[in-house]
Design a binder for this molecule. Structure first.
Ligand SMILES: [Zn+2]
Length: 371
């Protein structure tokens, strides 16, 4: 029992297309330390894994703890994740990530602690469900609007993973034979709303001589990509091309998310990701409006909210993987069955493991409670 204090510490890593965010949290999911590094743009999975090790080691140093003393490290990764083996495949927003890579096993060897890998967008959705904007609900669709557009889903209090590749909401088709998507197909929502696709579009039109400050702002900030901050700044300046491309993005998000809602009928939709968090409530309001004409059940639209955990949601959700799986391994079979109607809190307690014990504490500070 002497090791309880350090044993309650967990690591969480959010592996994004542009940056890696690593945190160390305590048993109450309070962030003790964090470390941020750019995602390598070459070198394949091995280079990415090495950078993940540096990021979590940096966060551990800041927290004054060895990586091997952590109870475990969770990783939210793009791509198709095999949660049982920790292997990751089809991670298109990462460099040269062809085929399957044993990410969990590789990190486990380097860090000396259990490593659990989940889909980045699903774990960010889990975090919003357990600790953020999704707490009042028992069904939730998370839409992470960033480099790509990813989705995470909670049904009846439990994550829905499908066969490992569920909720690729960015690849809902919003226009048959439409614009080419970074995934290679045509007409996907992400082809209009993903930051990578928007940048490619902006570049094409700028190359053709259209006037825009987007790339000037990018260079001023020492960036090589049009980050969310660059888009937000261009918008403030009234940049015509930025406004037009963001208008298209909102229309595509409206159609895609409403189509998903027509299928799922969830209670709430949380909009997060780099662009979602940066552009915030005014854009969430616009997305809500853009959804409305496409909703079949238009008299009862779902709540549509901004992610409450901000930039750290992905890393917090990754850290939750550790407590969630350890708790699941301990829970007696059938304990997750909760009576209908009283769903939310009982099911959350079952699904969120350790987080449930502190679930009523204002962990995220700015939780929107009443609507
Ligand atoms: Zn696509």
């Amino acid at each position: 029992m002497a090791a309880v204090a350090s044993n309650s510490l967990r690591g969480g890593i959010d592996l994004g297309g542009t940056k890696i965010e690593a945190i160390v949290v305590d048993g109450d999911n309070t962030v003790m330390a964090s470390s941020r590094r750019p995602t390598p743009s070459s070198g394949g999975p091995a280079a990415v894994a090495a950078e993940l090790v540096r990021a979590i080691t940096g966060a551990c140093q800041a927290a004054g703890v060895e990586t091997s003393a952590l109870r475990g490290v969770g990783v939210g990764s793009p791509g198709v994740v095999d949660e049982t083996t920790g292997a990751v495949s089809t991670a298109r927003n990462l460099p040269d990530w062809e085929g399957s890579f044993e990410l969990g096993a590789t990190l486990n060897r380097e860090l000396g602690t259990p490593v659990l890998v989940g889909n980045d967008v699903q774990v960010a959705t889990d975090a919003e469900f357990d600790l953020g904007a999704g707490r009042p609900y028992s069904s939730l669709l998370g839409v992470m609007w960033g480099t790509g557009v990813g989705g995470g889903l909670i049904l009846d209090g439990k994550p829905w993973l499908g066969r490992g590749g569920a909720v690729e909401i960015g690849h809902m088709v919003v226009r048959i034979d439409g614009r080419r998507c970074p995934c290679g197909r045509r007409g996907c929502m992400e082809a209009y709303a993903g930051r990578a696709a928007m940048q490619a579009r902006a570049q094409q039109r700028s190359d053709k001589g259209e006037k825009t400050d987007l790339f000037k702002l990018m260079k001023e900030r020492g960036r090589t990509k049009l980050t969310s901050a660059v888009w937000a700044r261009a918008l403030e300046r009234g940049d015509k091309l930025a406004i037009e491309l963001l208008d298209e993005a909102v229309e595509a998000l409206g159609a895609g998310i409403a189509s998903a809602q027509n299928l799922l009928d969830v209670e709430a939709i949380v909009i997060g990701g780099g662009l979602g968090v940066r552009l915030g409530e005014p854009f969430v309001r616009r997305i809500r409006q853009a959804m409305q004409p496409h909703l079949f059940n238009d008299a009862h639209p779902p709540d549509v909210l901004v992610a409450a955990l901000g930039d750290l949601g992905g890393a917090l959700g990754a850290a939750l993987l550790v407590s969630r799986r350890v708790e699941a391994a301990r829970a007696p079979v059938g304990s997750s069955a909760a009576p209908a109607g009283n769903g939310s809190s009982a099911q959350k307690a079952a699904s969120s493991g350790e987080a449930a014990s502190d679930g009523e504490a204002p962990a995220a500070g700015d939780i929107p409670s009443a609507r």
